[in-house]
Structures are given as C-alpha cells and as structure tokens.
Design a protein around this ligand. Sequence first.
Ligand code: KG4
Ligand code: ZN
Length: 428
Amino acid sequence: KVARGQWGRQKLGHHQRRDHRTADHRRKTLALRQRACQQDGGLGLSGHVLGVTCDKTSNQRRTMADTLTFLGIESSCDDTAAAVVRHVPGQMPQILSSVVEGQTALHADFGGVVPEIAARAHAERLDHCVEQALAEAGVALTDLSAIAVTAGPGLIGGVLSGVMLAKGLATGARLPLVGVNHLAGHGLTPRLTDQLPFPYLMLLVSGGHCQFLIVRGPEQFQRLGGTIDDAPGEAFDKTAKLLGLPQPGGPAVQAEAALGNAKRFAFPRPLLDRPGYDMSFSGLKTALLRARDALIAEKGGLTVQDRRDLCAGFQRAVAEVLAEKTRRALAVYLADAPAEPALAVAGGVAANSLIRAMLETVSAQNGVRFVAPPLRLCTDNAAMIAWAGIERFRDGARDDMSLVARPRWPLDATAAPMIGSGKKGAKA
Ligand code: KG4
Ligand code: ZN
C-alpha cells in the first residue's frame, strides 16, 4: 500500500507533491502537539513538540541545586542498556534501575561482534529496555529531568539506534538531551559509586579499551597512554580460543591459571623496556601460540597441566605489565600533589583477581586509595551514561537535535591518536 501510494504521488507535479506533504505534515504535527498539550495538563508550556526548534522549558533551566533524575541509554557495542539515576546534591547518587540486555548468543557463531546484527538487535530492544528501566525505577517520562545517551565512540549502527531513540524521546517529552562519550561513562563511574573527588587516575581495561586517564573534571580527561594494539580483554579472549577454552576468555583463563605454574614459561613483558605508559598485548598472544605449538610438536598435544601453566604465565605477564605501567602513570599523576589521591579501575578485565591484587599493592605502595566499582558497573551499562549525563548537565552541557553519533571520539583530543588501538578486537 505504501509503495503504491508513493508511485501515485510521483505522478503529481513538483509543487502539488510538496503541498500535499506539507498539509499532511501539518495535520500530524497539530495532532501530536494537541496530544502533548493534554499530557502536560494544559499547562501550555511553550515550544514545538515536534517542530525544529524547542523553546526552553523549565527542565532546561535547572540549576546546580536541583535534584536530577536522568534516563541513560547505551547501545555502542553489544549490550543494550537503559537506566535511571537520581542525584540529590550533597548525597550519594542513587541507581533507581539498570537494565542490561547482552547479545552474546547472537554473535556466538561469528567469533566477534557483527556490527549489523548488533545494530538491529539494539533497534529492536532499546524501547523495551527503556520501558523496563522506567518501570523498575517507578518513574514516568514526565518525572525525568533529561535524557542522556551514548553518542560514541562505538559501532556506528548501534550508537545511531540509541541517539535516534533519545532524540525522539527528548523531543516528544520535551526534555533536555545530553550526549555522552561512552569512555567518559566508564571514566566517571568511580564518582557514581564512591564519589571520588577530582583529580584521580583511571585505568580503563576491557575487551575493547586499555588506557590511563587523569580525570580532572566531567569533561577534562588527560590521556597518558594506552595499548598500541590489542586490549587486554581481547588478549585473554584470544588466549582462551588458542587453548580451546570457552568465551569470554578472561574468567576461563583465570580459573585455569589458579591451578598453574606462572614461572614455567618465560613470556615477554612487552614495552616494559621502553619509557612511557603505552602497552602492547598482541606479541604476548603470539608468544603463547608459539609455546603451545612447541608443546604440541614435542608431545602431540597439551596436557591439562600444560594448559594451566600457559594460562598462569600469560595472566602474570599481563598483570605485571599493567602494574608496572600503573606505577609509572601514578608517578606523573602524583607529581601534581592531588589532595585525595586515588587510582580507579573500570572494564571487564578489572574483574581479574591477580590484576586487581597487583594494582591494589601498587596503590598501597604509593599511598593512593584504590577504587574498583562493582563488576556490573565496571562493564558496559547505562547507569554510567545517566551519571555522566548528570555530571555534564551540572557542568552546563546541553545537546539538541544536531547531536551526532560518532564512531570515533577520543576523550582527550590533545593526545596523539593511538595506532590500531581498540580497532581490531571482537569488542572494538
Ligand atoms: O568491559 P567489558 O564487559 O566489555 C567491553 O570490552 O566493552 O569487558 C569484557 C572483557 C572480555 O574480554 C573478558 O574476557 C574480560 O573483560 N574479562 C576478564 C575477566 N572477566 C572478564 N579478563 C580477565 N580476567 C577476568 N576475570
Ligand atoms: Zn565499555
């Protein structure tokens, strides 16, 4: 029917066609405006509900002292998420709800996240996640102060799905819109969970990212360095694959490593011989592959103990590299004599108990507080996006319908771009 209608319209002259559309559009806009007016109880707040411009509503004039209730939307990789976070100034932020729908099963057959499949799944599930997050929080759209959405970096189809939904909701409900950098979401999480004061040192270690950031404010991130190739989580996942262990590889490798001898194989400690904070993990994976193949060539296969020892050696190498680079990053961070020095970690790899223990030790040796948010807030979620939105909003940030979805969006625009960083992995 739609197709026939379109053909039919094509027979009309140019002007007639435009007039027809305009009238149609006007009728629809009027109906929607009337409905929105009824919804706001006839208060008649000014502004075009679906027009191009939106006059400032009382919501957009909120001040620092206001209680803020934000809906957060996240869809930049393979987790569809929505959450509601409320913040009363001077109090701990409250996560009223946090819904995360993973897509692991959808991508399982492909050995990595397939962008097209991810984008379609986000488009299908986002509204459901938002409904659930609002219901669990006991909050209606009209109770919200604003909508925060991940606007990048990430797989562009997924980011677009989230941004379009957020724009539609913000316009329809006449709420302010705040675009959030996904990495800022991770970077500001220690303030959501522990109210960590600025500045703190952040180590972001996940399946797609690995970087040191000095976080000085909601929008002030100084990148010290990061991986020049694979992210550590990606290296764990590839190691698991090489050894026939299940995905995600991190927990599987950790479990095997617990029963292994970390000293049996002399794995390299990449880039430790060079100054600076950059890291490399792809060579480590290659070293593991060689050690595995040498064992297979020698004995025709791997014993259970071989596998455990390989995992233990690999895990220790990653942990030692991260610990040593953290030591160096802390030295730079501490040079500014922060009043309440702290090291925070985020990302799935922060769940690794050896890595966590070693980072804790480095922190203690440097007289620095160590903060590791609970795992559900270390991995991708929308509560961190809602919170980062609140922080940006209090800082005066507002976005509008011109907000764009960005596949690349470095947190620190002044830092040199990393070659290959986070671009190759299954989660990248
Ligand atoms: O932050 P995350 O959930 O997703 C993104 O990368 O966006 O991190 C997932 C990564 C996977 O590569 C997984 O293998 C790794 O975190 N991971 C671990 C552990 N648990 C999860 N790596 C090492 N040890 C663990 N216990
Ligand atoms: Zn992430």
